[in-house]
Design a protein around this ligand. Structure first.
Ligand SMILES: N[C@@H](CCC(=O)N[C@@H](CS)C(=O)NCC(=O)O)C(=O)O
Length: 226
């Protein structure tokens, strides 16, 4: 049985990726949650994860940190993490592009599942990131037939873009019809609904995240408990 360490579901976009992947693949795991701002549990966690960051997967004596290496580790043990055939190279490239890019989208539209925001500014760099997300999603859906990015099944590339669906919801971002429908499809997955519901129940607030979000926009609605 795997142990997966994640942070606050409201904020932790990196944690969401392996969590939703394991859930969609029906691979059992024990979840351990650490909250940003809870210094004691965070210090304990730093002894476990070499980077001091989540997500971190523990499989017996093996510790795997970083969401992309977790996906690769799982792909050596389970079918269906990556698609077959031509879709595989495409899915790996798109997931890696998400992993190392989209800085403006990530920084300006920080994940906070339970709030609804209006951005103060919509600079060209954000337009470019969103245009690229739309183009990439459309390409995958068209080439591999949907309803997921690399074909009929949910794979790691969908897991890597799952946080973007929450960002689209939080910041009221409109993409083209096919991309919007795909974001809604992700938000409608049972795993995503469970993550979202748990995020809404969290009462712990991480002040650095809260400040970052408030610097970028105005809160229209806060649906979180507490
Ligand atoms: N590239 C890493 C990023 C991990 C990351 O930045 N995690 C954040 C949580 S979303 C974290 O642990 N931050 C805690 C810290 O930096 O102290 C991955 O893909 O796992």
């Amino acid at each position: 049985m795997y142990d997966l360490y994640v942070a606050n579901k409201n904020y932790s976009s990196w944690s969401l990726r392996p969590w939703v992947l394991l859930r969609e693949l029906r691979v059992p795991f024990v979840e351990h949650q650490l909250f940003f701002g809870d210094a004691a549990s965070w210090d304990a966690y730093r002894k476990l994860s070499p980077s001091g960051k989540v997500p971190c997967l523990v499989d017996g004596d093996t510790v795997v940190w970083d969401s992309l290496s977790i996906a690769e580790y799982l792909s050596e043990r389970h079918d269906g993490v990556w698609p077959q055939g031509a879709a595989r190279a495409w899915a790996r490239s798109a997931a890696a592009e998400m992993h190392s890019g989209f800085n403006e989208l990530r920084n300006r539209c920080s994940m906070s599942c339970g709030v609804r925001m209006r951005l103060n500014e919509f600079p060209p760099a954000l337009e470019r990131d969103l245009a690229r997300v739309g183009a990439l999603w459309n390409e995958g859906l068209r080439r591999f037939g949907g309803p997921f990015l690399a074909g009929s099944a949910f794979t790691a590339v969908d897991a890597f873009f799952a946080p973007v669906a929450f960002r689209i919801q939080t910041y009221g971002i409109a993409l083209d019809a096919a991309a919007d429908a795909y974001a809604q499809r992700l938000l409608g997955l049972e795993s995503m609904k469970a993550w979202y519901a748990a995020g809404l129940k969290e009462t712990v607030r991480d002040l650095p995240h809260e400040r970052e979000i408030l610097q970028m926009g105005t809160v229209l609605q806060d649906l979180r408990s507490g």
